[in-house]
Structures are given as C-alpha cells and as structure tokens.
Design a protein around this ligand. Structure first.
Ligand code: AMP
Length: 212
C-alpha cells in the first residue's frame, strides 16, 4: 500500500516514516531529504533549491516535479511513503499524472494533525544528525552524548531552516499552499486525519491502524 503522509512542518512525518521503513519495510520518499542530499553533494539542483530552503520558501514546482519523477520511474514493487510531497495543488495534480504514467497508485493521504502552537516548540528544539538524518529534540529526546548521534556517531545539529524566523515563513507556506490539500484528498476519497500528539508509539499505532 502506497501512502502520502502530510501535515505541517514539525508534525512528525519524518519520525513516523522512519518507523514505517523499519517495521513495514516501506520506502521513504521525502522531497526535503532529497533536496538536502543535493545540497550536500553540491549539485546544480541543490544550489537552485538552497536559496528557497534557507528562506523557508517552497522550491518552485518545476524543480520539485522533475526530482520526484526521477524517483518514481525507478521504483520497484516496494510500498512507499511520500513525505513532504505533494505540497501544492499543482504538485498534487502532477503527481496524479505521473502515477498513471508509471502504473502506480496511492491508497491514502494520512494527515498528521498537530495544533499550530505545538509546532514552534517542536521545530525550534529539533536537532538532526547531519550524517544519517536521525531526529532529536533538545528537551524531549536529546542524544546521549551532546551533539553526537546515538545511531551513527555523526554530528547532531540544527537544520538551518529550523531557526525561528525561517520557521514562521515555512508555517505560512504550509497554511497557504499545503493545508488546502486536505479538501483535495477528501475529494479523492484518500484523506484520513491522524492525531499527531502523544508518544511516537501512540501516533504510530493510530497511523498503522489505517494501513491494514
Ligand atoms: P521538509 O524537510 O519537508 O521540511 O522540507 C524542507 C524544505 O525543502 C522546504 O521548506 C522547502 O523549501 C523544500 N521542499 C521540500 N519539499 C518540497 C515540495 N514538495 N515543494 C516545494 N518545496 C519543497
């Protein structure tokens, strides 16, 4: 079963995706992660995307779509999670066309619901391993050794776009462009709201109850 996992920045999409990968052997396709990998490798696409990412703005659709299509066209039969894509109505429509082209389908669009006032605290306290991408929080889940990833020993640091001023722009972009997709997915019969508060395990249980 292929799914879209969507919700505001800081809703827990990455954390839940990591569990789905580990426990259900799903493939995680995160456009944010793909962009960060391009930035790290210094590709042209990475250079183009970085200006937008650092400002908390959405990368233009044409750049995103080409990158996603490159992944979709070489997918095997493994179930996948789309995380952070689609983020705009034109992206959602383009996705539909691409899925048709590659004979793929999405069963559900699971929306992780977290009140806006909780997002800021989650995002400003978030720290991420620069090597393996594992996610931490300075209060809720600090690494055992400060600044060092428990899983791979990499450097745990703050994402440049997790600074407060940039977070505000990202939340605005989410409200303006991504939140309206709730009605788009409802119209397609794919929308499911999942409460995103509580422990990671509680949220995971609720999430997978919609997958079986
Ligand atoms: P994320 O890791 O999903 O929070 O994404 C980080 C940043 O990458 C976003 O703030 C955007 O600048 C960019 N980005 C990721 N996915 C998309 C997308 N589907 N459309 C446009 N920009 C994106």
């Amino acid at each position: 079963m292929n799914i879209i996992l969507f919700g505001a920045p800081g809703a827990g999409k990455g954390t839940q995706s990591a569990l789905l990968v580990e426990r259900r052997n799903m493939r995680h396709i995160s456009t944010g992660d793909l962009f960060r990998a391009h930035v790290k490798q210094g590709t042209r696409l990475g250079t183009e995307a970085k200006t937008y990412m650092d400002a908390g703005k959405l990368v233009p659709d044409e750049i995103v779509l080409g990158m996603v299509e490159d992944v979709l066209k070489e997918l095997g039969s493994q179930s996948f999670i789309l995380d952070g894509f689609p983020r705009t109505a034109p992206q959602a429509e383009a996705l539909e066309a691409m899925l048709k082209n590659y004979d793929l389908s999405i069963s559900k669009a699971l929306f992780l619901e977290v009140p806006t006032e909780r997002l800021m605290a989650r995002l400003t306290g978030r720290r991420v391993c620069s090597s393996c991408g594992a996610s931490y929080h300075i209060e809720a889940k600090p690494p055992q050794r400060a600044g060092i990833c428990d899983l791979c020993g990499g450097i745990v640091d703050q994402r440049p776009d997790d600074q407060e001023s940039v977070i505000r722009t990202r939340l605005e972009a989410y409200e303006k462009s991504t939140a309206p997709l709730k009605s788009y997915f409802t119209g397609k019969g794919q929308f499911v709201a999942v409460p995103g508060l509580g422990s990671t395990e509680d949220v995971y249980k609720q999430l997978v109850s919609h997958l079986d």
